[in-house]
Design a protein around this ligand. Sequence first.
Ligand SMILES: [Cu+2]
Length: 250
Amino acid sequence: MKASGFVMAVLVISLITGCEENIKVDTATAEVTMLFTHSVDGNKVQLDNLIYKNALNQDYSIKTIKYFISGVRFHRLDQPSVELNDIHFVDIRDTESLSYVFEQKIPQGAYTGISFVYGLSPEDNTSGRFTQPPESLMEWPEPMGGGYHYMKIEGEYLVNGSPSFFNFHAGMLDGVPYEIHIDLPNSAFTVSDNTLHLTLNMEIQNWFQNPTDWDFEYFRGAIMGNHEAQKTIQENGVDVFTVGISDGAL
Ligand SMILES: [Cu+2]
């Protein structure tokens, strides 16, 4: 009995050791850094400049771009996808927020694509979860269902030649979620280095077209209580983002 117990113990130890060696070999990882850029018609956005025209030829400017990115997911062939738990808040006027290193690393290897949630899924969108600014300042009013704004894009548009302020704000309205599930086009990649750099670009013009041309005069400046506007933003937002991918040192 004693001898077989000893044999079992040796067996178990060697199994554990063997597993650890396997794990080491299998889990060469890459740290994921995401950079955030913002363009209009393919050029870097110029803030506070009333120089842009949407598909309906309405003039507008951009003053504010703030949003949450969550549920970043890396898809693999024949293997479970890798989801990162981080929720990142971007503010175009806060340079530090334009670069983010995710807490989790991803296994090196081949990936078929990247997806993420623009805004917050309902399970992440609970009042009080952010206690510190700037995230806490994204609160969505309790009478409109609470939680947080997914985004605040703000600027001015011209009405009969005079500038008028607009709040292009999105969030869950009256309990109806409008977060955007984005599958990034051309996002297959192979990472064989210990760093992965992703540059996520928001093409602002696309918020205002495809499938619906955004009419500033129809929707006007305040849309937070407007389900049609929230639905339109959700639909238009699907093709707003593209990604550039490189591994190794930039
Ligand atoms: Cu708002």
